[in-house]
Design a protein around this ligand. Sequence first.
Ligand SMILES: [Zn+2]
Length: 198
Amino acid sequence: MVQARRQPQRTCLGCRQVKDKAQLMRFVCSPDGEILADLKGRLPGRGAYLCNNRDCIEAAVSKKQFDRTFRQVCQPVTGAQLVEGIAQILLAHLASLLGMARKSAKFVAGSNAVLDALNRKGLLAVIVLARDISPQIGEKVRRKAEYQKIVTTKLFNKAELGRILGRAERSVVGLPDGKLADAFLDDLLRYQDISGES
Ligand SMILES: [Zn+2]
C-alpha cells in the first residue's frame, strides 16, 4: 500500500496556524537585514513563512516576528511596503507569462477576436481586460466569459498590454486552456489575495 506523503508543514508568523509549506509565502532576511519575499522559495538562509494575505503580514511586522525568526534586527519595513513589494513581483510574473504566451503565439488579443473565441466553448481559460477598457466592451466580454465559467480579471492598461504583446494598444487578451494559463491563474490568485483586488 502506498502511503500518502506528508507535506512539510510550517507555522504562519502572523496567525500562528500550521499549514502546508506550499500554501505559505517564504521570506528571508538578506545579509544587510532587508526582508525579502522569496516567492519561488529558492533564496538561501533561514525562512519565515506567512499566509498569502495582508492581515498576517501586518500582524508579523507589528509583533516583530521577523526579527525573532531571523534572530537579528531586520531593516524596518511596514506591512504595506511588504504587501506592495509582493504585489509588484506577482504583477511582473503575470506580465512575463503573457510575454511567454506572445512568444509561443498562444493568445487571442483584441475585443473582437476574444469575443469570437468565446463562441467556441472550452478554448479560453482566462481573460485579461485592460483597466481602461471601455465599460461596455468590458461588460460584454465579462458576461460572455462568465457564462462559460472563464475567469476574467482587470490588469495593466491598454498600452501596457499592447507593449507586453508587442503590439499596439490592446484592451482584451485571452489565454487558451493549457499550462501557461494554469501558471497565470496560480499567480493571479496570489496577486488577488495579496492586493485585495478582484
Ligand atoms: Zn497566517
